[in-house]
Design a protein around this ligand. Structure first.
Ligand SMILES: [Mn+2]
Length: 330
C-alpha cells in the first residue's frame, strides 16, 4: 500500500509540521500521532503534537508522550503543514469553537491520514492545499503510518513499534474485532520483532483501570437495558461527578455491552452537558452502525461509530430506536 505521491512529497519538502487528532484521543490517535512525529524526527523535520490534556493514564506509557502539548494553548503561527491523524474533518479536533475557528484560518497545507469513513460535511478551510489519504478498509490509522514510514524509508524503532502496536490493539480490541486481518497480524508481528512488547502494552491499555473508572463501569452495567438484539446504557453527568471520572474513562465501555449472546448492537449514551449527549455504537459482523451515526451527523466504521446529539436521554434513546427500526435492526 502506498500513500499518495503528493502527501509523500509534502513530507519530504516541508519543514514545520503541526500534528493534531480528534477529541478524546484513543490509543490509535496518540500512537499514530507520536509515531508520525518520530518519523519526522528521522527525516530531520520539526513537528509538534497538540491534543486535549490530560493524557488518559492508560496512554502515559507511550513513547514520546511528554512531547504532547495542550491543544488549548495551540498557536498555529510558524507551521507550514497541518497533519490530521485518525480524523478527517477539522470539526472533529475540538469542542471549542475558538480552536476550530483558529484551524479554519490556517493557510498552510493540510494533510489527512485516516481510516474513518469520510466526513463529507463542509471542510471550511483557508488552506491552499489539501491532501487526503483516507482508507476506511484499514483497521487503524497506525497501519497507514506504518506504510508511510516504509514509503519514506524510515526505520521502525522500538519506540515507533510500541506506539503503532498500541494503535493497532486499541482499534482491533486486541485482535478480536472483525477488522483483524492477515495484514494486521503480519504488521503486528513485525512490530513485535523490533521490540513492541504485547503483554506489557496490553496491560497498560486494557488492565490499568482506576477504581473510580471501575465504579463508573458498574454504574453503567446497573443501567443496562436489553432489547434484543440491542443493548443500551446511560452515563449521566452526575455519574461522572459522583465517581470523579471523565469521558475518557468510558473508553471501551460500549464494547462490553456487546458481550451478550443475544446482542448484536450496543449503544452507550454519555451526558457531557445537560441535553448534550455523545453516543457510541458497536455491532457484530455485517451490521453497519456507521449508517445510523451518519444520519445523526456523526461517523466511524461499520462496527464502531458514534455521534453527538442535543437532546435529553429519553429523546436521544427514542431517536436511536426509531433509526434502528428504520434499518430493520430492531
Ligand atoms: Mn482509529
Amino acid at each position: 500500500l502506498n500513500p499518495p505521491e503528493s502527501l509523500v512529497k509534502i513530507l519530504r519538502e516541508e519543514n514545520n509540521f503541526l500534528i493534531l487528532t480528534h477529541t478524546t484521543p484513543d490509543g490509535d490517535a496518540f500512537g499514530s500521532a507520536l509515531a508520525l512525529k518520530f518519523l519526522l524526527d528521522q527525516l530531520g523535520k520539526k513537528s509538534q503534537v497538540y491534543t486535549e490534556i490530560p493524557v488518559p493514564s492508560q496512554y502515559k506509557f507511550l513513547s514520546g508522550i511528554d512531547y504532547i502539548r495542550d491543544l488549548k494553548e495551540l498557536n498555529i503561527d510558524g507551521f507550514n503543514v497541518l497533519i490530521l491523524v485518525d480524523c478527517n474533518n477539522l470539526r472533529r479536533i475540538s469542542y471549542d469553537k475558538n480552536i476550530i475557528d483558529k484551524l479554519h484560518s490556517f493557510k498552510g497545507k493540510i494533510l489527512i491520514i485516516d481510516h474513518h469513513i469520510e466526513d463529507k460535511s463542509s471542510f471550511n478551510s483557508a488552506s491552499k492545499e489539501l491532501v487526503k489519504w483516507i482508507d476506511s478498509e484499514k483497521a487503524a490509522t497506525g497501519i497507514l503510518i506504518y506504510y508511510l514510514i516504509k514509503s519514506l524509508e524510515g526505520r521502525i524503532t522500538k519506540e515507533i513499534a510500541t506506539n503503532l502496536y498500541t494503535a493497532i490493539i486499541v482499534d482491533t480490541g486486541n485482535f478480536q474485532f472483525d477488522n483483524t486481518t492477515e495484514e494486521v497480524l503480519s504488521i503486528a508481528t513485525e512490530l513485535v520483532r523490533v521490540g513492541a512488547k504485547p503483554s506489557y502494552i496490553y496491560q497498560q491499555c486494557f488492565e490499568s483501570w482506576s477504581e473510580k473508572r471501575f465504579k463508573l463501569f458498574t454504574i453503567m452495567l446497573n443501567k443496562l437495558e436489553i432489547l434484543p438484539p440491542v443493548a443500551i446504557s446511560f452515563i449521566s453527568k452526575s455519574d461522572f461527578q459522583a465517581t470523579e471520572t471523565t469521558e475518557s474513562d468510558t473508553e471501551r465501555f460500549v464494547e462490553f455491552l456487546r458481550i451478550l449472546n443475544n446482542v448484536n448492537i450496543s449503544a452507550l449514551f454519555r451526558e457531557i452537558e445537560p441535553s448534550f449527549i455523545k453516543v457510541s455504537l458497536r455491532s457484530k459482523g455485517e451490521i453497519d452502525v456507521s449508517l445510523i451515526a451518519r444520519d445523526f451527523g456523526g461517523g466511524g466504521h461499520k462496527n464502531a461509530a458514534g455521534y453527538r446529539i442535543n437532546d435529553t436521554f429519553e429523546g436521544a434513546r427514542m431517536r436511536l430506536l426509531e433509526r434502528l427500526t428504520y434499518y430493520k435492526l430492531l
